[in-house]
Design a protein around this ligand. Structure first.
Ligand SMILES: [Zn+2]
Length: 506
């Protein structure tokens, strides 16, 4: 069933004038456990189709699931990091529906007894127009379930089932542990709702990455977000009917999908219509959503407690042990680094936006000053990453190598210009900084005998400048230093050159 599509949308600012948006996020995270949730098959991304399978994850008769302790531990880690209560006793539930990539025709999930409940995640929204806003997103539940397989539709233009000649099924993903994190409705954020949703997913991704339980790559689908959007007339105490936009696979798309839903729903309501409870698909190319299926209600799935598994009752001591082992969380770490590195809020935002905090921290740990580390990662290296369309962290240079370049500059062995050439060499795969310096002959020349000839030449070529220096105007030495630097293609030690000039003419 699809809803009637309005021909136009209500402009965003106008929509926000009449309606208050509520958003909700359901985020699925594929856990990075060694094995699948209920069998010993490898829980790896990719692989030859249907090679990571066994009777359990294929749902063959007579096979029985055995839960992975690591997957339960990882879920508890996430729950604790999100300030949730951990259930002393809960159960898995069987969710019944047919889908060709789900071999058992049911999914083992959790329903009314999730492992983690009632937490929160604080997010900071920085739209670059004044003080960042702080929003606390309530977490309703964090539960554990198995992932489905994957269908591949062949022959159609879009890769969707519609228009395809045939479909193939790959069960490698079936049974990989999946954690679902559901927020409570987030209200009262007004026009910032799309930015809040984006900030939430970004923060959640950082938290989960810090816990080392998943690689949380949106582009590979190990983090997938569904976004719920509803509108209510301003001043209304009741939430409007929500739509659920599926599998929005980048941070930018989270923001765009909600914005477009707000404009679309406002137009439906403005025309006197009712928003249909349905799933929708976000289209990256057009930035709009289109109707999918009408939304199932929980009772459609005929949940019941999974009869093949005993209840789950994590020991309190175990939960407390996991709590004690939690790392410093990203928000706490950011505050600490901001103070240690003496950064303004804008400086910190710049580092976050460039995804450079870990890189700068690792470079500082390797011996560079935080200021130097920031300078290289946000300056020269960001520019190179941008030029080649790679992520900063994917550049073929390590924080230790950047620290070594900074050290060579500090010791006077390299100028900034030579350092950029060294970085060229490292990025081109010519080895570490010291190897590149040797191979390309890039060291600063500070040996007097080598520099004196160049100094003499510069003086001979600029007799008037030399006279001014002789007359006491030592500031004019800059001209001669520049001439020497040019003659030595930037490799001379500028400070030493200046000393030699003043000595010679002083
Ligand atoms: Zn298996």
């Amino acid at each position: 069933m699809t809803s009637a599509q309005p021909l136009s949308v209500t402009p965003y600012a106008e929509a926000l004038g009449r309606y208050e948006p509520a958003i909700g996020l359901e985020t699925h995270v594929e856990l990075g456990t060694r094995t699948k949730l209920f069998c010993g098959c490898p829980a790896q991304f990719g692989g030859e189709p249907n090679t990571h399978v066994c009777p359990v994850c294929l749902g063959l008769p007579g096979s029985l699931p055995v839960p992975s302790r690591a997957a339960i531990e990882y879920t508890i880690r996430i729950g604790l990091a999100l300030n949730c209560s951990i259930a002393g006793w809960c159960r898995f539930a069987r969710k019944n529906y047919f889908y060709p990539d789900m071999p058992k025709d049911f999914q083992i999930s959790q329903y009314d007894e999730p492992l983690c409940t009632d937490g929160w995640l604080d997010v900071t929204v920085d739209e670059g127009d004044g003080e960042p806003a702080h929003v606390r997103a309530g977490i309703e539940r964090v539960h554990l379930e198995e992932d489905t397989g994957k269908s591949l539709h062949v022959g159609g233009a879009t890769g969707r089932i519609h228009g395809a000649d045939y479909s193939l099924v790959d069960y490698n993903r079936a049974g990989i542990p999946l954690v679902e994190i559901v927020t409570k409705p987030i209200t009262g954020t007004g026009a910032a709702a799309p930015a809040v949703a984006r900030a939430y997913v970004a923060e959640l991704r950082e938290v989960i990455r810090s816990l080392s339980v998943s690689d949380v790559r949106m582009e590979e689908g190990s983090l997938r977000a569904d976004v719920n959007t509803s509108l209510a007339p301003r001043g209304s105490a009741v939430l409007g009917t929500r739509t659920e936009t599926k599998n929005v696979n980048s941070l930018r798309s989270v923001e765009r999908a909600i914005r477009s839903e707000i404009e679309r729903q406002a137009a439906v309501l403005d025309a006197g219509g009712a928003v249909a409870l349905e799933t929708r698909h976000f289209h990256e190319d057009t930035g709009i959503t289109t109707a999918g299926r009408s939304k199932e209600e929980a009772e459609d799935y005929r949940y019941f407690p999974e009869p093949d598994l005993v209840p789950l009752a994590p020991a309190r001591e175990w939960v407390e042990q996991i709590r004690r082992s939690l790392p410093e969380l990203p928000s706490v770490r950011r505050e600490r680094l901001q103070a240690e590195w003496n950064l303004s809020g804008a400086d910190l935002s710049a580092l976050r936006n460039a995804d450079a905090i870990d890189l700068v921290a690792a470079t500082a740990e390797a011996g560079a000053s935080p200021a130097d580390a920031r300078k290289w990662w946000l300056g020269e290296l960001s520019r190179r990453a941008h030029e080649t369309g790679t992520e900063l962290a994917a550049l073929p240079i390590t924080p230790a190598q950047v620290a070594r370049v900074a050290e060579l500059i500090a010791s006077g062995a390299l100028s900034d210009r030579l350092a950029r050439e060294v970085i060229d060499g490292v990025l081109a795969g010519e080895g570490g900084p010291d190897q590149v310096v040797t191979a390309r002959g890039l060291a600063v020349v500070s040996d007097d005998s080598a520099l004196t000839a160049a100094v003499e030449q510069a003086i001979a070529a600029n007799p008037e400048v030399a006279d001014r220096i002789r007359g006491g105007k030592t500031a004019a030495a800059g001209v001669l230093v520049g001439a020497v630097m040019k003659a030595t293609r930037g490799q001379a030690d500028a400070a030493r050159v200046r000393e030699l000039i003043v000595q010679r003419l002083g």
